[in-house]
Design a protein around this ligand. Sequence first.
Ligand SMILES: Cc1cc2nc3c(=O)[nH]c(=O)nc-3n(C[C@H](O)[C@H](O)[C@H](O)COP(=O)(O)OP(=O)(O)OC[C@H]3O[C@@H](n4cnc5c(N)ncnc54)[C@H](O)[C@@H]3O)c2cc1C
Length: 297
Amino acid sequence: MLDRIKNIIDVNKIKTNVSMASYTTFKTGGRAEILISPTTTDELKNIMNFFYENSISYYILGNGSNLLVSDDGVKNPVIYMDKNFSGIEVFEDCITAKAGEHLSAIAKRAAEESLTGFEFAAGIPGTLGGALIMNAGAYGGEMKDVVEAVSFIDITGKEYVVSGEEMEFGYRESALMDTGCIITGATLKLTRGSKEEILGKMADLASRRREKQPLEYPSAGSTFKRPHGYFAGALIESSNLKGKSVGGAQVSEKHAGFIINRENATTQDICDLIELVQKTVYDIHGVALEPEVKYWD
Ligand SMILES: Cc1cc2nc3c(=O)[nH]c(=O)nc-3n(C[C@H](O)[C@H](O)[C@H](O)COP(=O)(O)OP(=O)(O)OC[C@H]3O[C@@H](n4cnc5c(N)ncnc54)[C@H](O)[C@@H]3O)c2cc1C
């Protein structure tokens, strides 16, 4: 397969036998046999079409900040959509960015342009594509609030542009989630505001994160989705699980909603701890916690 991929995309954009621990914020996971870093939409269309024609399954990777990869690694090729696929343009009160652009960079640019409405996303350590596919959100804001249009390539290699409404955003979900479609970029509609106030709000949210979240340890942020009518962190804390460890993985002592890689954890340690937390919370509160984090094997 590798030789055929080399016919489609420049060999410098292909890596083999790559440690996924370097590509995930949990800093765990085995190796990916093939990691492709496209830089143009045409390359992406060709890759997607090749995979489709040859029935090859693949993974899409952003900043790896909501991801657990099996310790045994992954055989399917990984399409990397990070700095290699980035760029930001501003027109009036709209920002158009490519999918690999980091939310922090978009928020910084919005502030520079005195555009308000994206401050909530500044501290989410993901790419635009990764945030759109799951409607990332924080501090009362969600991607759905700012999306004007999204461009993506479907599994056959065809390109589409859809409106924010057509994305059917819900709580940590969108119409494109788990479809194999790859988001290539989006236009965000913001509002003119005061640069000083925007920077002030971003600084305030950043200090709230530092105060509440265990940012000094590798993690993927909140491990579980918010169950209807509850907060995952509060349920976990009241189940006496704060500080609970399996191998090198631990329920954060600072924020029970985070599982952290405390010391050389494996993905298996983290998965075992996730299961233990789910079972304990269910036994005590009767609430089923669903992981927010994606798992590749
Ligand atoms: C310290 C910390 C704090 C966090 N705080 C928040 C928070 O406040 N709110 C929040 O919502 N999340 C938070 N997260 C989780 C994470 O940052 C978000 O879910 C983010 O949107 C994931 O983006 P990513 O680029 O890292 O995606 P990845 O982890 O690389 O991928 C996640 C999923 O998105 C898919 N994907 C990635 N890029 C694309 C693309 N271009 N097209 C199609 N599919 C794609 C992947 O296939 C995978 O299924 C936090 C994480 C950490 C580590």
